[in-house]
Design a protein around this ligand. Structure first.
Ligand SMILES: [Zn+2]
Length: 95
């Protein structure tokens, strides 16, 4: 085996809430814009991203352990109102 590494077909990311690795498609990308955590629904927003399961429990865990401060390398506090609203909506849509 040489140092050749291939990009895998199913990229995995770690959820900043529960710290479990998941298929990227099952995670919500979150970016920091002007001090607010914004859900990157299309995966096209620029900047550093954090990945989160779109569930309230993972969001609350991320908030409690200040995972966003780590992910975005800032002291915070960050506004998660929009993110929280999106997560609540997503959970309602998926029973
Ligand atoms: Zn999670």
């Amino acid at each position: 085996m040489s140092g050749r590494t291939r990009i895998r077909a199913c990229p995995e990311r770690t959820c900043v809430g529960c710290r479990e690795r998941s298929d990227k498609r099952g995670l919500l990308r979150v970016v920091l814009i002007g001090g607010s955590c914004i859900p990157d629904l299309r995966g096209t927003l620029p900047g550093r991203g954090a990945y989160l399961h779109p569930t309230r429990s993972c969001l609350e865990q991320a908030v409690r352990r200040r995972a966003f401060n780590r992910a975005f390398r800032g002291p915070g506090p960050f506004d998660i109102a929009e993110l929280r609203g999106h997560v609540a909506q997503t959970e309602q849509e998926t029973p």
